[in-house]
Design a protein around this ligand. Structure first.
Ligand SMILES: Cc1cc2nc3c(=O)[nH]c(=O)nc-3n(C[C@H](O)[C@H](O)[C@H](O)COP(=O)(O)OP(=O)(O)OC[C@H]3O[C@@H](n4cnc5c(N)ncnc54)[C@H](O)[C@@H]3O)c2cc1C
Length: 437
């Protein structure tokens, strides 16, 4: 029996260790807490929930809800246990965080195939089967080594997320498609135009909007390229017009002139169902973002699948480094799982932990590695992080990642229901397939 080293007993590492151990693989699980704490964890328990005590919606028609259902089909320890320690929270899966993580710790420390080592890993063994699940707050020494492993330029320490909207909700009559100076495809960017008066109102509200304060461990020196838009705005009335809102090289075919200001939207997925606001990373609170961004005429009725944020977050450019099986292209024996892969949130971290566990066990048993079908939320999220073009910013499980249905469906609710049903069928078939081996 060959062993797998799992680094980090957080949400991803705990799920991964259990999936491996239940497949008869010996697991060496390394956790640095409680000897060395992260800036967010409070206990030495495994799978500690660092902030909110909810795994998000349980509704099948939401991305997080669908993902949870898929993870239950794949026999997820974390989601099963979360359901055991459920506390009422409407449609969300909230848990008693103490009891939940104590129970996970008990199960893993008593598992006959798991040996726990309470120590910090400073170097990733290159010649063992390893799963790196050390999370967004990976210790500094390990982060240095990961930098060497993946290449200096592919490990990021902050995420600077711009909001993403559903393409269906954009008013395309209030702008035009086209790239700056016509360099690039005709439909690479949609340019939302603003008149001088619209820009002035937007600018003033942006300055007034409430912002999320930085936590001590998040105090950051931002690169010029990923500065929050409100910080740029604070530099002066015109700064944004020379930055993310600059109109130069963009001729509006409706007027034959450059608009006063633009906000560019770019496709987030191949199908073009999701569009991101280019260069609009922000620390405004979520409710303020909706209010202020809806002042942009083409976004008046925008449905935001993701709002902007800026956090301390250690994550790799999985799209450059990993295969869809979550192992490295360069070192197939080294897997990554959890938030460090560029997924976002508790449930998505569990999902990648689960798949890294299944695949590390398959590697040891000489089986082909697998990824769930793209019709599933887990499959489409993993494909997104491992194949996105350009820079990867963390992605949560959202319905817009799923490939469109074959038929046209008008009602949004009905569309989501059909997408969820299709995903569940595909995940059940996938499970049957991998159980045969
Ligand atoms: C401050 C903060 C708040 C967040 N709040 C939420 C939220 O409310 N809801 C949500 O869905 N997501 C939240 N997230 C995002 C994310 O989903 C969680 O951080 C989640 O815990 C990620 O799971 P993980 O397994 O990848 O990492 P973690 O759960 O952090 O697990 C990583 C583990 O690795 C250990 N470790 C690190 N370095 C080493 C080392 N060198 N050797 C050994 N062990 C090591 C850590 O101690 C930790 O136990 C938050 C993130 C942060 C940073």
């Amino acid at each position: 029996m060959r062993k797998v080293i799992v680094i980090g007993a957080g949400l991803a590492g705990s799920e991964c260790a259990w999936q491996l151990a239940n497949r008869g693989i010996e697991v060496h699980l390394y956790e640095m807490r409680p000897h060395q704490m992260t800036p967010a964890h409070r206990t030495g328990n495994f799978a500690e929930l660092v902030c909110s005590n909810t795994f998000g919606s349980m509704e099948l028609t939401s991305g997080a809800g669908l993902l949870k259902e898929e993870l239950l089909i794949l026999d997820s320890l974390i989601i099963k246990t979360a359901k055991e320690f459920y506390v009422p929270a409407g449609t969300a899966l909230a848990v008693d965080r103490e009891k939940f993580s104590q129970r996970i710790t008990e199960i893993l420390t008593h598992h006959p195939n798991i040996k726990v080592f309470y120590e910090e890993v400073k170097k990733v063994p290159r010649d063992e089967v390893v799963v790196i699940a050390s999370g967004p707050l990976t210790s500094q020494a390990l982060a240095e080594d990961i930098k060497e492993l993946v290449g200096y330029e592919y490990l990021y320490f902050y995420d600077a997320i711009s909001p993403i909207v559903e393409a269906d909700s954009v008013d395309f009559s209030k702008g035009f498609w086209g790239s700056r100076y016509n360099k690039g495809g005709e439909e690479d960017y949609f340019n939302c135009t603003l008149t001088e008066e619209e820009y002035r109102v937007f600018y003033e509200e942006l300055l007034k909007a409430e912002k999320v304060p930085l936590k001590d461990f998040e105090k950051a020196v931002y690169f010029e390229g990923c500065m929050p838009i409100e910080m740029l705005a604070e530099r002066g009335y015109k700064t944004l017009l020379f930055g993310p809102m600059k109109p130069v090289g963009l001729i509006d075919p409706r007027t034959g002139k450059e608009p006063f200001a633009v906000v560019q939207l770019r496709r987030e997925n191949r199908e073009g169902t999701l569009l991101s606001l280019v260069g609009f990373q922000t620390r405004m609170t979520y409710s303020e973002q909706k209010r202020v961004f809806r002042l942009i005429p083409c976004l008046r009725n925008a449905v935001f699948v993701k709002l902007g944020s800026m956090h301390r977050n250690t994550f790799i450019q999985s799209n450059r480094i990993l295969t869809p099986f979550l192992n490295m292209r360069k070192y197939p024996n080294i897997f990554f799982a959890g938030q460090i892969t560029g997924v976002e949130g508790y449930t998505a971290s569990v999902g990648t932990g689960l798949m890294a566990g299944i695949n590390a066990s398959r590697l040891i048993r000489g089986l082909d590695l697998v990824v769930p079908p793209e019709e599933t939320m887990l499959g489409s999220l993993i494909r997104y992080i491992t194949s996105k073009q350009g820079t990867l910013q963390p992605m949560a499980p959202v319905m817009g990642l799923l490939p469109p249905l074959d038929q046209k469906v008008k009602s949004k609710e009905e569309k989501r229901r059909l997408l969820a049903e299709r995903a569940i069928r595909a995940m059940k078939a996938f499970k049957e397939e991998i159980l045969k081996e």
